[in-house]
Design a protein around this ligand. Structure first.
Ligand code: ADP
Length: 497
């Protein structure tokens, strides 16, 4: 394939600007596309909270952009640097509201105005620097206006050959807001506020920025085939089912990769002893070190892990139930979780107190990357009982470290975990335990089957670990898939899916 020129427009790129999985996605895919020979650049806001230590060669570019802003324009400075070998551009609008000097990436009340300003800056940057990328790859609601502005304004200004691929990472966040954001960047609200274009499906007074991205892009993707089906055909589409359904021919679910430079038990510097498929026994050393560190008994018991943000999506009651159930069945349980919601933080602090006396349980409330590595290396089982899960990385990381996942059959979990007993797959592909209903009974059944194999049939359990470790969840395959989509939409008149 001829090398392509791709510009990523995203609110995040790890490690320089990361709030969650979106940042990892952009870093992982961009780096792999570069490795496969493509030209990739990332455009980000110049947040005041950029992690500057992960930026190489940051310098201001002697060019001032002028962004449309209601009846006037905003001057905007431009910086460039490299993040993990990826060329990045940082836009810094001199706005009276200091849009990107808030100490956070997102979560501000005026996020729609902030990212509308950013969307306009992406196009103005391309226009003023004479760039004509084959594809702009946009992400989530923050960039929903990029394809709209391209279509309505910038195609006529010379960007006529550039196409847009738009990736949905989580439909819960749609950017539903008053139509002022359209006027902010000089778009014609009367023309765009129709059911076929940007009008919110639930409230005709609101613009839906995510819908704008879906309607105006040449290709739409999401982060797993399972989630793609769910958001097109079930209530999980959160009002956008029909918008997606009408574009089914250009909509695809592509499973995310994980970063094998970070997540590899053979080379991971954060675990006490490396191990792999040929040296699985060395995993025991990590279990011993973890138990020592957390004050758990060094007994021959199966160790269940939870590594998760603690929020409703993740099935918090089921997480609690899993921990208590495994303890009751003679296992051990470790949780590493961070709760933003004070009520959920309290919920898990109560559980922490309830289990404090047990030598078989430890709950660590907070965010700790080093400890996460050690837990993956040490654990036997990982439970992910999510209510919905667009892709999910923890189950893929866990399998890489010889951990057997117990998951609910939703989204990307259903695409990556295949039940030891009930999968319609050859045995070599079975790697975990899957349950359907979000109930304690269904979860307990799956956990009991897992614990039963651990206690009674260790050779069988070991084979499940090996099966999970053999799967390829690197970015190589997903990046080739994205490149094929870019290639398909690049040709004039072509649409991809
Ligand atoms: P989400 O993006 O919805 O949080 P994913 O499964 O896609 O869920 O990704 C979660 C990532 O965050 C994984 O890399 C996981 O190891 C990490 N993680 C989650 N919670 C914690 C925590 N408390 N401490 C350290 N790492 C965490």
């Amino acid at each position: 394939m001829e090398p392509l020129h791709i510009v990523f427009a995203s609110a995040e790129c790890a490690p320089v600007a990361k709030a969650g999985g979106l940042g990892d996605f952009v870093q992982g895919l961009a780096r792999e596309l570069i490795r496969q020979g493509h030209r990739v650049e990332v455009v980000l806001p110049r947040y005041d909270c950029l992690r500057l230590e992960s930026l190489v060669g940051l310098e201001q570019v002697p060019l001032e952009l002028r962004l449309p802003y209601f009846a006037t324009t905003l001057p905007c400075d431009l910086y460039q640097g490299r993040v993990d070998g990826i060329p990045c551009w940082f836009i810094d609008p001199r706005s009276p509201q200091d849009f990107f000097r808030r100490g956070v990436i997102h979560g501000e009340p005026d996020d729609p105005e902030r990212f509308t300003c950013y969307a306009a800056a992406v196009l103005e940057f391309l226009h003023r620097t004479g760039r004509h990328p084959d594809v702009i790859h946009c992400h989530d609601w923050h960039t929903g206006l990029v394809p709209v502005l391209l279509n309505e304004v910038y195609q006529a200004l010379g960007l006529g050959r550039t196409r847009v691929c738009y990736t949905l990472h989580n439909l819960c966040y749609q950017g539903r807001v008053g139509e002022g954001v359209l006027r902010q960047v000089g778009l014609d609200a009367r023309r765009l506020m129709t059911p076929e274009r940007l009008e919110d499906p639930a409230d005709p007074r609101l613009v839906n920025l995510l819908k704008g991205g879906i309607v105006y892009s040449n290709s739409i993707t999401t982060v797993s085939p399972g989630y793609a089906r769910e958001i097109m055909a079930t209530a999980q589409g959160l009002g956008l089912q029909a918008t997606l359904g009408a574009r089914a021919d250009r909509f695809a679910g592509i499973l995310n990769g994980i970063d094998y430079a970070v997540w590899d038990p053979l080379t991971d510097p954060r675990i006490p002893q490396p191990f792999g498929r040929e040296s699985l026994a060395a995993k025991a050393r990590s279990k011993q070190v973890l138990r020592q560190r957390l004050g758990l008994a060094q007994d021959p018991k199966p160790l269940l892990a939870v590594i998760s943000r603690l929020e409703a999506q993740k099935g918090v009651e089921l997480i609690r139930h899993a921990i208590l159930h495994v303890l009751a069945r003679g296992g051990q349980a470790v949780l590493l979780g961070s709760a933003q919601d004070p009520r959920l933080d309290r919920y898990f602090r109560i559980l922490q107190r309830e289990t404090a006396a047990s030598p078989d349980c430890h709950l660590e409330l907070g965010y700790d990357e080093d400890l996460a590595h050690l837990i993956y290396a040490a654990a036997d089982l990982l439970v992910v009982p999510s209510l919905y899960e667009p892709c999910g990385l923890t189950q893929m990381i866990a399998m890489r470290y010889g951990v057997v996942p117990v998951v609910r059959r939703v989204g990307g979990l259903a695409d990556t975990v295949f039940d030891a007993h009930h999968a319609d797959r050859p045995f070599a592909e079975r790697n975990g335990f899957v349950f359907d209903e979000p109930t304690p009974e269904a979860l307990a059944d799956a956990l009991d089957r897992a614990l039963g194999l651990w206690f009674e049939h260790p050779a069988y359990f070991r084979q499940l670990r090996l099966n999970g470790m053999a799967a390829d969840h690197s970015w190589a395959g997903p990046a080739r898939h994205y490149a094929a989509i870019y290639e398909a939409i690049r040709h004039p008149g072509g649409e991809g899916g």
